[in-house]
Write a protein that binds this ligand. Structure first.
Ligand SMILES: NC(=O)c1ccc[n+]([C@@H]2O[C@H](COP(=O)([O-])OP(=O)(O)OC[C@H]3O[C@@H](n4cnc5c(N)ncnc54)[C@H](OP(=O)(O)O)[C@@H]3O)[C@@H](O)[C@H]2O)c1
Length: 305
């Protein structure tokens, strides 16, 4: 299978590329941002038609929460415009289109939100992703929305990944592991104004679910996440157990004010993924299994300090 992948130099995209090409021998065509600007309709069409993929997986985003709020025109083009351009190119080839989306399309009171729960985003990022999802539903010939959530994993395109705790769950485990392995203390945030509950997902597990959707030609909305919900403190404690770290180095503190985004963040974004598990005929992993695989990835990956 030939897959055209956008955002392959990013965190999620690099894990998609890794799973598609190393575990499944797919041919991955992944032009860099500097070569294909996704907001340029003609460029996207030319690039996709020249490579004639069987499927397109669109993982690229303009990842700048403050920028999204201050330059909505650019944000709209980067999310909705780019998604429209990539869907049009997929449709021209009758190719399967997969949008990588997020649990932040929900408002933080809907958890555990099922695949059929209506999105109700509360910030600009969630709004732009929900609009992009709607484009898939309304315009893609063969379209799948693959929501990922609280993504943990190794960045496979960058030696130094942005490993710092933020208002979401992304990178939380590796931030903690890096600190505790260095003998430093780690303070996990637990207070209002941030994402407190989610369904953490290993990036490679999400990629495996996307691969399965491509192979089985499953369309519609999928929750490509783990099988166990967690709050931030619970995830931190379980990671300490699985990575065999010193629990005495963990503190629980309120999030610093500067870490709370102006636009607001959904509090509880747990995803109910039972329909996805049925559609893909898989059992989703519990936290311990997921963290065990993350540990193996960290220990086997090229990850200079
Ligand atoms: N990380 C998480 O915890 C998380 C959670 C839920 C959902 N997601 C979803 O996962 C997807 C990927 O997120 P991520 O965290 O992996 O992002 P990321 O690491 O910031 O990567 C973004 C990628 O998009 C590319 N890109 C940005 N604007 C582009 C444009 N206009 N044209 C072409 N390429 C462009 C970037 O290339 P350059 O760097 O060269 O600009 C980079 O490869 C998104 O759909 C996001 O909504 C992520």
């Amino acid at each position: 299978m030939r897959i055209y992948l956008t955002g392959a130099s990013g965190f999620v995209g690099s894990n998609l590329a890794h799973v598609f090409s190393h575990e499944h021998d797919a041919e991955v065509v992944a032009p860099a941002h500097e070569h294909v600007e996704l907001t340029d309709e003609l460029l996207v069409r030319r690039s996709v038609l020249a490579t004639r993929p069987d499927a397109i997986v669109h993982a690229a985003i303009w990842n700048d929460p403050a920028g999204l709020r201050s330059d909505l025109r650019r944000a709209w083009a980067a999310y909705v415009g780019a998604t429209r351009n990539v869907i049009a190119a997929a449709n021209a080839l009758d190719a399967h289109f997969v949008l990588i989306s997020t649990d932040w399309v929900f408002d933080g009171t809907q958890g555990p939100a099922s695949e059929s729960e209506p999105p109700n985003p509360i910030n600009t990022y969630g709004f732009l992703k929900a609009c992009s999802e709607l484009l898939v539903a309304e315009t893609a010939g063969y379209g799948t929305v693959a929501r990922v959530a609280g993504v943990q994993g190794v960045h496979r395109a960058r030696a130094r990944a942005p490993r710092a705790q933020d208002a979401g769950f992304g990178y939380l485990v590796l931030s903690l592991v890096d600190a505790l392995r260095a003998g430093e203390r780690f303070a996990v945030w637990d207070s209002p104004g941030i994402n407190l509950l989610a369904t953490p997902t290993l990036a490679t597990d999400a990629a495996r679910l996307v691969w399965r959707a491509l192979q089985r030609e499953v369309t519609g909305i999928l929750h490509c996440c783990g099988g166990e919900h967690a709050d931030r403190v619970g995830l931190a404690r379980r990671a300490i157990e699985v990575f065999e770290l010193d629990p005495n180095l963990l503190d629980v503190v309120a999030a610093p004010l500067e870490a709370i985004p102006d636009g607001g963040v959904p509090r509880d974004t747990r995803l109910d993924a039972r329909a996805t598990a049925r559609a893909l005929d898989v059992e989703l992993p519990d936290l311990t299994a997921m963290l065990g695989r993350l540990k193996a990835e960290v220990e086997s990956s090229w990850c200079p300090a």
